[in-house]
Design a protein around this ligand. Structure first.
Ligand SMILES: Cc1cc2nc3c(=O)[nH]c(=O)nc-3n(C[C@H](O)[C@H](O)[C@H](O)COP(=O)(O)O)c2cc1C
Ligand SMILES: C=C(O[C@@H]1CC(C(=O)O)=C[C@@H](OP(=O)(O)O)[C@H]1O)C(=O)O
Length: 365
């Protein structure tokens, strides 16, 4: 069951990009949690397609029709479900792609895995469109976490070769995280936004695409959530984050950079802040032994360049058993990382709420 995730919270995502709709069932939510539906729509709009030249031209309202689990804007504790209808589908753009698989997309592997029965239109269940229901689930979870003092925010750290200023691993103020969430192109500096937009536009005009890095932070986490070995916070977050299409890399705290440091630099000294133990630096990114340290959780997610590009590419004709040139038509994101920023935050919110529920169980109110 590749599309179902979670321990205390069970997340199930269904649908195909060009089918009737896509949706989500979220089971195991605590009862009695008030949910602001306008705020859910704000999060959905942050990810939705069809905005400007940095995004696919496909236009979808991404309005989540809530079917169950919410009564008088409060969680009932029984499965919360929502569907999002697909409307602006141009399936003819995909007519040849089942027999002429796109390099870099899941057309060929999906065809083999499902014996030719997968719905390949728009990438089917493999599409980035399936991040809409994930965003909905995350939007619900982040409201529940926010009430317990947890803030989650992210920015675009890189697009192509252009980079933003990294987050301060010791923490970012709530107002900065909120300002990022309100921005259609979330970077800490204007210069970075301009440079990244230029990279994306240059690639787009060239019929090409670029990758990017999303950096995410969660503050206000309690100390002691998570478990060692396979139950670690990193493990649980990774399994959700790698469910986002086009994610190719993930690092926590100092990440790959830690390999080049000495222990004397990478170790974070313990200090007292009043009665509370904290660390003087945060190379560890808020997790030690799979368990939260109470320091900000910091991680970075690398997205590959969008596979659907408009340059002529080499592929095979699976019916003719021949190598053929391929030219793709249709509408595609020149850099998927831009719209993926709220998706990464949402994946973090779902994973963290699952870990909270595991730690606090029915006592969680
Ligand atoms: C928000 C988002 C939007 C995406 N938009 C596109 C797109 O327009 N065209 C495309 O070819 N891939 C797009 N992708 C990436 C593909 O869905 C992904 O590369 C493909 O399913 C293969 O999966 P993999 O890259 O994880 O191996 C998008 C991904 C995300 C997260
Ligand atoms: C629809 C969305 O993005 C889509 C993600 C996607 C892919 O292959 O991942 C390919 C494109 O699909 P289509 O060819 O149907 O326009 C994007 O538009 C969305 O994010 O909601």
């Amino acid at each position: 069951m590749s599309s179902t995730w979670g321990n205390q919270l069970k997340l199930s995502i269904f649908g195909e990009s060009h089918g009737k709709g896509i949706g989500v069932v979220l089971d195991g939510l605590p009862a009695g949690q008030s949910i602001d539906q306008d705020e859910l729509l704000v999060q959905m709009a942050r990810r939705a397609p069809g905005r400007d030249a940095t995004s696919t031209a496909r236009k979808e309202s991404d309005f989540p029709e809530i079917l169950s689990g919410l009564y008088q804007n409060t969680t009932t504790g029984t499965p919360l479900s929502a569907i999002i209808h697909n409307s602006d589908t141009h399936s003819k753009d995909y007519a040849d792609l089942n027999s002429h698989p796109r390099p870099g997309h899941a057309d060929y592997t999906g065809n083999v895995r499902y014996s030719g029965h997968n719905d390949y239109r728009g990438g089917g269940h493999f599409s980035g469109r399936l991040t809409a229901p994930l965003t909905f689930a995350g939007a619900v979870c982040r409201q529940i976490l926010a009430r317990r003092g947890v803030s989650i925010g992210a920015h675009l750290l890189a697009a192509g070769n252009a980079t933003d200023t990294p987050f301060d691993p010791m923490g970012m103020p709530d107002h900065v995280l909120s300002a990022l969430a309100a921005s259609p192109f979330p970077t800490l500096t204007r210069d970075a936004e301009q440079a990244m937009r230029q990279q994306i536009e240059n690639a787009r005009l060239d019929g090409d695409s670029v990758g990017g890095i999303v950096e995410c932070m969660a503050t206000g986490l309690p100390i002691g959530i998570g478990s060692p070995m396979f139950g670690g916070v990193e493990n649980r977050m990774a399994s959700l984050l790698f469910g986002i299409p086009a994610v190719k890399g993930l690092e926590f705290g100092e990440g790959f950079g830690a390999a080049a440091l000495r222990g004397s630099t990478n170790n974070d000294a313990y200090v007292y802040e009043g009665v509370r133990v904290r660390t003087a630096t945060n190379h560890h990114g808020g997790i030690l032994g799979g368990i939260t340290s109470g320091m900000p959780l910091v991680f970075r997610v690398a997205f590959k360049p969008t596979p659907s590009i408009f340059k002529e590419q080499r592929t095979v004709d699976l019916e003719a058993h021949a190598e053929v040139p391929l030219t793709i038509h249709g509408r595609h994101d020149p850099c998927v990382a831009v719209r993926a920023v709220p998706v990464v935050e949402s994946a973090a919110a779902v994973a963290l709420l699952d870990l909270f529920l595991e730690a606090y169980g029915y006592e969680f109110r």
